[in-house]
Design a protein around this ligand. Structure first.
Ligand SMILES: [Zn+2]
Length: 427
């Protein structure tokens, strides 16, 4: 059954898409300030958003509750109570000055799909759970994926002592929100409760738009390595030190940055590298910079590819530093592994995409998602929905209602045709 119909007045009705857009707008109004969208973990507006999502879950026929870390959880039973679930979800926190779609689209779409089943009185041979994760962006405390880590049972208790910019610890913020920090363990699920985790999310990149496709099948969430580099040369007077005698750390850094771009640009397999921050010391117009530090963020669709690339890049900048008589220090500051989408589950997403009449197009996710934590407890797959200009984490973030509808149709078809992974043959 197609969910797109032509109304008698000729206007195109997007049965799921219109409802989704309406709810995206309602949730997008819940913010710390009216002039921009920010919904930060454990704030009053975060709580108001949770309550609204819980009410939508109940309207869709789900039993819904707030779990021990502040995730909103809805459960739609299968054809008998207590069956393992297909878990769907995304996050309901935002960055500061955010768009409305990053996170909520996955939650709201999943709720609309369940509501559609509920309206038809349809029960499946498994339960469906929808989770709105409380904190994915990690804006408030210096740790991300707090909601999904709690569900996966990998939440690290020491995070509770971390402070926000106002000096409030996560433990204190949880109590103020009405949660008990000593019971976060209660949010953890047993692996046998989950058949799979599927997340629908905006692409946050321009690839689907360039391909003229509303949806895409995610192959993997790319791992990332972040490094801090510092170059030390010799500061000196901008007027008195001849060019040939300089050891300018900033021109050395400039050469390194261009070399990193060049290296990534010529990689045929999706390597991306970014220098996003640089500091030059002493930072005066008339002084040759003696010391420069800069960051690197390197991502690739596989871990082996990324590690090889990081080693090559470090070798290149070592060569540049040596040629310019600069001292180089490089440290890895953060590393997370690539999370591959499970082939059996990805194949079912691709089937659903094809069955809705769209070309099946596979792409990696360059951004991190809750699946990075959920992989510890379940097989993971993702559906990407086209967003305008690839823009995200910005008020201009936008999804067309027709694309929201397409995403919902694919997700609904996936749910209705979902087959759990076949158990391995014994012996
Ligand atoms: Zn997101």
């Amino acid at each position: 059954m197609s969910m797109t119909m032509v109304a008698s007045d000729g206007a195109r009705q997007l049965l799921l898409g219109d409802e989704i857009v309406g709810r995206i707008n309602r949730l997008g109004d819940i913010s710390e300030a009216p002039e921009h969208l920010a919904r930060i973990f454990l704030t009053p507006e975060h709580r108001a958003a949770a309550d609204l999502i819980l009410s939508w879950m109940r309207d869709a026929g789900m039993a819904a509750h707030l779990d021990a870390i502040g995730n909103v959880c809805g459960r739609y039973e299968g054809n008998r109570p207590g069956l393992p679930c297909l878990m769907l979800g995304s996050h309901y926190d935002t960055v500061r000055d955010a768009g409305k779609w990053d996170g909520p689209l996955g939650i709201i779409t999943a709720i609309s799909c369940v509501a559609d089943l509920h309206k038809r009185g349809k029960r499946l041979p498994f339960a469906i759970e929808v989770v709105g994760f409380a904190d994915e962006e990690g804006v408030r405390f210096a740790s991300t994926l707090l909601g999904s880590r709690a569900v996966a049972g990998t939440f690290v208790e020491s995070v509770l002592g971390g402070k926000d910019r106002a000096g409030i610890t996560m433990r204190e913020a949880m109590i103020a929100f009405g949660l008990d920090p000593d019971h976060i363990g209660a949010a953890a699920r047993a692996p046998g409760e989950l058949l799979a985790y599927v997340e629908l999310h905006i692409e946050q990149g321009p690839v689907l738009e360039a391909k003229n496709l509303p949806v895409g099948v995610v192959t993997a969430i790319a791992g990332a390595t972040r490094l801090a580099a510092s170059l030390t040369g010799m500061a000196g007077h901008a007027g008195t030190v001849p060019m040939a005698l300089r050891r300018d750390a900033l021109t050395g850094a400039a050469e390194c940055i261009v070399a990193i771009e060049e290296f990534c640009r010529t990689d045929p397999d999706g390597l991306v590298g970014t220098v996003g921050h640089i500091d030059a010391m002493p930072g005066a117009t008339n002084v040759i910079p003696g010391h420069v530090s800069f960051t690197m963020d390197i991502r690739a669709p596989t871990d082996s590819h990324r590690r090889r690339a990081v080693a090559d890049i470090v070798r290149r900048i070592e060569g540049i530093a040596k040629a310019r008589a600069l001292a180089l220090q490089v440290d890895v500051t953060h590393e997370n592994r690539t999370v591959p989408c499970a082939p059996w589950l990805k194949a079912q997403v691709a089937e659903a995409v094809a069955a809705e009449g769209f070309a099946v197009f596979e792409l990696p996710s360059g951004a991190g998602h809750d699946g990075m934590a959920m992989i510890d407890i379940a097989d993971v797959a993702m559906i990407f929905v086209r967003c305008r200009g690839g823009i995200s984490h910005h008020p201009d973030e936008h999804v067309e209602a027709a694309d929201a509808d397409a995403g919902a149709r694919v997700l609904l078809r996936l749910i209705e045709n979902f087959r759990p992974r076949e158990k391995a043959e014994p012996g």
